[in-house]
Design a protein around this ligand. Structure first.
Ligand code: FAD
Length: 314
């Protein structure tokens, strides 16, 4: 089912919904652990999950395999990230074919991060330059088969800090056929809500799904905020900095701060929350409990079916 239709159903039911992002692990054990977690977290009731595409396409076979397993074995509505980094057109087409064959109907179309060894992003010969080119290609090749999401940046992105220019480029992605937006993580609800107004003023009407990063540890919280160059409200630093060496206190206070952030979004009429899980369940579950969005789990969830990756990861 298309994500936009799932979102419309949530909107109609007037109930907040949520979704989970997972990244592709580098080892076979990591993959099995993630399958276990996906199945367990599937019982929390996400509308969909999405699986990232490794910069440079190095683990791309694993992304397509995991998308396929999540969709067909665990019955989770799955969105596959797909990037232009290091991807000739033929590789893009193979990935789309795999997604299609696995019953996946949702793609998050991205330009992609530069590969780790490169500082600057550059297109491969015969590849795509911008996410909008990828969106256009998917629409030309598959019509309306795929629902296509694109990335939005309330606080600027790595190689473009001017929010107005980014809004123009966001509009191009939607005009090319994007049907929903997932945003970069943020901790300041006001910045996000102001940005939503600017997006709407541009004539962009598709659903906007805010990216929420639960707090696992203080070090990870600071690292990710620094990496994405987002604002940390002073209140958050005042609350977290004094307990930074106490992981339990960081998680408890972090939960309260993230719950408050989500409540502000929900009160402003934002109905869908997208959690960057970092492949971990606890911090996300704590936020959902704080928001009263966890279903009651009366019966224990059975362990995931063992699924052996065909890719020979060690
Ligand atoms: P684009 O929208 O194509 O923008 C890239 C740059 O080009 C920007 O600076 C933009 O301003 C500029 N630009 C766009 N159009 C034009 C134009 N017409 N003329 C001139 N300049 C233009 N990265 C991964 O590698 N794998 C992932 O799985 C992944 N998942 C992500 C999920 C989300 C929700 C988000 C927010 C980001 C994710 N990223 C991922 C990171 C993302 O790929 C990078 O931030 C990347 O630098 C930008 O990708 P984009 O799709 O926004 O690109």
């Amino acid at each position: 089912m298309h994500i936009k239709d799932k979102l419309a159903a949530c909107e109609k039911a007037g109930k907040p919904c949520f979704s989970f992002e997972y990244y592709v692990p580098k080892t076979a054990q990591g993959v099995q652990n993630l399958y276990d977690r996906m199945e367990r977290m599937g019982s929390f009731g996400p509308q969909f999950i999405d699986i990232t595409w490794n910069a440079g396409g190095r683990l791309s076979n694993l992304t397509t395999e995991m998308v396929n397993v999540a969709q067909t074995v665990y019955g989770l509505e799955t969105c596959m990230h797909l990037t232009c980094t290091g991807m000739e057109k033929e590789k893009v087409d193979n990935a789309l074919k795999e997604a299609y064959n696995g019953g996946c109907t949702n793609i998050l179309a991205l330009r992609g991060d530069p590969p780790r060894e490169n500082e600057k992003w550059s297109a491969v010969p015969g590849g795509f330059r911008y996410a909008k080119d990828l969106v256009k290609h998917i629409r030309e090749k598959y019509g309306d088969y795929f629902d296509i999401g694109v990335a939005g940046y309330p606080e600027g992105c790595d190689d473009e800090v001017d929010p107005d220019i980014l809004l123009d480029h966001l509009k191009e992605k939607i005009d090319a056929g994007g049907t929903f937006i997932i945003t970069q993580m943020f901790y300041d609800a006001d910045i996000f809500l102001d940005w939503v107004q600017k997006v709407r003023a541009k004539g962009i009407t598709v659903p906007i799904i805010p990216g929420i990063m639960p707090i696992h540890t203080y070090a990870a919280f600071i690292r990710r905020a620094t990496w994405t160059k987002i604002n940390i409200p002073e209140k958050w630093m005042t609350a977290l900095e004094p307990v930074k060496n106490d992981d339990v206190a960081v998680r408890d206070i972090g939960r309260d701060l993230v719950v408050e952030l989500c409540q502000k979004l929900l009160a402003a009429g934002i109905n869908q929350l997208h959690f960057y899980t970092m492949n971990l369940a606890t911090a996300t579950r704590m936020v959902l409990e704080g928001l009263d969005l966890m279903p009651s789990l009366d019966s224990p969830v059975p362990p995931a079916l063992p699924f052996k990756s065909s890719l020979g990861l060690g």
